[in-house]
Design a protein around this ligand. Sequence first.
Ligand SMILES: Nc1ncnc2c1ncn2[C@@H]1O[C@H](COP(=O)(O)OP(=O)(O)OP(=O)(O)O)[C@@H](O)[C@H]1O
Length: 890
Amino acid sequence: MTSIDSSINAIDKVLEGLNANQRKAVTAPSNARLQIIAGPGTGKTKVLTSRVAYLLLNEHINPQHIIVTTFTKKAALEMMERLEKNLVGQSVDLSKLLIGTFHSICYRIIKIYGKKIGIEDYHIADERDSNQILKEVMENLSDNDRDLLAGVPEDEKLPLQNPRGGADQKFDIKKVKRQISKLKSSGVSYDNYASMNDSNRVVSLFYRLYQTKLEENSLLDFDDCLFKCLDLITSHPVLNFVQHVLVDEFQDSNEIQLQLMYNFARGHPTIPKLQNNVTIVGDPDQSIYGFRDAQAINFEKMNSYYKQKYGKSCEIIHLVENYRSTSDILSLSETVMRQQQTRTQKSLKSQHTTTFKPVYKNLNSSEEEALWISYHIQHLLALPDSPLKYSDFSILVRAAYQTRVIENELVKKRIPYHMIRGRAFWERSEVIAILDYLRVIAHDNDRIAFIRSLNFPKRGFGPKTLESLSQVSAKEAATSGISIYETLKGVLSGEISGVKLNSKNKSSLKDYLGFLEQSREMLANLDTYLNGEVIEYEKKSDLLAKFFKFVFEKSGLAKEYVDEDNQTLNVMEVEKQFREFTPQEVDLPLFIGGTEDDIAETKPNFLSSFIQSIGLYEADAAASETDKSKGKVSVSTIHGSKGLEWNVVFVPGLSEGLLPAGFAIAQGGEELVDEERRCFYVATTRAKSLLYLSSYTTSAGNFYGRSIDKVSRFIEKLNNHQLLGTVQEAFKDWNSLMKLYQILDKNPIPVPDKKQFCIDTFNSLLKSRIDIYMQGIPLSIKQGDFVAGANINTYSNTNMMSSGMGFSSAKLDMNIPKRSVGLWKRQVKPKHSPNTTTTSNNLQFKPPMMNKAPVCNRQFAPPTVQGVNMNIKKSINNKAPPYIPDRRKK
Ligand SMILES: Nc1ncnc2c1ncn2[C@@H]1O[C@H](COP(=O)(O)OP(=O)(O)OP(=O)(O)O)[C@@H](O)[C@H]1O
């Protein structure tokens, strides 16, 4: 086969199975401005990946000349995997593709060409660093700045103040940071802002001071990655080799990302057909990042920009065939979205013929709601031939705190679950502590990490000593340009004055610096080795594990966390990521007209690359790790569920104050509520086959002083539509059950033995046993309960006892990990009385009529995780999942 034949075959493979509009989008000419507007489940990811493959194979664009931006790092990795499959046997070097989040692409550009705007050897300041810098700025105002602030009228200050803050904490760091971030996201520098007529003087002052401080410390915050990159590429043609730009999740782009896209795509200096070639993919209905300044209006802005500036309009292609969800799930989702008045109507068509109505229930408390969810999960898992696994389920909540009650219940029922984590993991104190050590080993001048790690674990430095070390190092950096590492050495040797150290301090500082020196030597050897030859994965992993273990132990952190299982497990998780890390390609092609001198020479070492990738990862809105969710139910915020899909989805908390969130209601105005509605839409459209919605209303369930006493307006407005069921139709009869198997795509469809499983018994028990279950008394639900001929007259609890339906004691002697026991202990009993009769959905809560001790029946094994190569306590090495949020210590 010639290479032309092979390429044609590969293109055919790429186009295989695409519907007409998908194909049109994929095969549009490269010289185009294309908007692919598509609802959920219509194959946006598939189309975008196929389009990249098509541009590479058919239009013969060099991978180095294509930029693809994705919303998360994970989405980029997934796209690469799919591309690799599509391009097997083709001579395309995919590692050269410029793919990643806006943040990571911009950082890569800055690393190579940053010196053109005076940015060399800068590092990322994560959220916590930024907050610390702003705090320092606020605490160390000059007399002039204080006078300036004193002259600002109260009404200008008030919105930025912290109502609970004391005199020193007058301004709310978060609020001020938010304003600065907003300005940077709109591409406004502090100079520009200061010259605006309506600028706020407090924001203006802090923006300038904060930015100066970042620069003094050679730091870029997340917004700066984009902001500085835009500055760079608008003033220097360093990307003029780019021939096509593709942007995923365009509805969540903000102003600066839009500007970056235009400038990424400016293209060749002289050849018009290599200029302004862009493909964007998005769904305005899934725009849920308004709080980060995303603007769905970017679709229109893009259109008019190209029309006005270049006389070229955008081609718009709509995708409406939904391959994910059943028609009932889609009807419900679409009806919800139609409540938004500003929405452009569209109608998605489900590609499934079978469908079941989403089930809805209103409950009396969040605890009861969690019980209701676990009850349904357990029944669905008990179906014959197990058509559903744990990993087919997800529970999606509006706010992270809602997961606490749900996690409690899942632990109690031994349902293994996985938290789809966003940034929270990287903000945990133990994770920051170990990263601080890695940062000070990798970088000489990371002042924040040096000062933080110097006295954690405690080494006897008091706050005053730390403060003067910090000040002296800042002064030395400003006056002689020396790093904090060198300053600390100078302070120890007495060459640098200004800090009084007692003998204990001196000995601690000596040990600390000695440890850093040893670690750096190890790192240098490691780098020589890693760069010198191609080594086996196991060998590499082993070396990295040894280095990490050395740092963890010698820093004193291992000892610090010796009695803290959760903390140690989280550090182990960082170690795992470290071992598995592969640095991304950092090179960029030389731009047209550029010379080798334009390019930065230094390549970051392994550790630096790792730290940078973590820093950028933090900028991801959500980073789901589906590989970790294998064999587990996924629990996530709705924002974290973006782009994902599951067979069965639960969306709890459909109550006023939860979804829509309280702040959206309180601030009034339709815009915020519309964004809440779109959140709901994103959640429901994650479901492929079955959808369960629930709300709770309770006057006792106050949250921050607000009572949750109304069902969500999104549900209320649905009442006239017959879109929701009260029971699961899939269990109605044998035929329905078979249809469920069909849509679950079990191939071949198993035919459960009717003798071994009686659908009527199943259905009947599902309805009747909930009375018992909702009182918090665990039932052991298993397929064996539903054999043909079983006594199905089980509406009374005594009948259930006598028919041998195993109750599980609430006092089980559970051999589960310590941290789970903690959660178990914190389990709150449902607030309502078991005697309560709910009016909703025909459920009657009756008192249990139990007269004998419950039987212990352990059905589900606790989740486990592979131990890692670290010398930590045996008892936790091979038990317990890697990351369970511990909300006691944050
Ligand atoms: N032409 C097609 N034929 C069959 N299945 C398809 C086709 N296009 C997409 N799919 C399938 O539809 C499902 C949804 O696709 P994908 O995840 O790409 O949707 P999406 O538009 O990105 O959704 P969302 O916006 O909700 O994240 C996937 O399982 C995908 O394999």
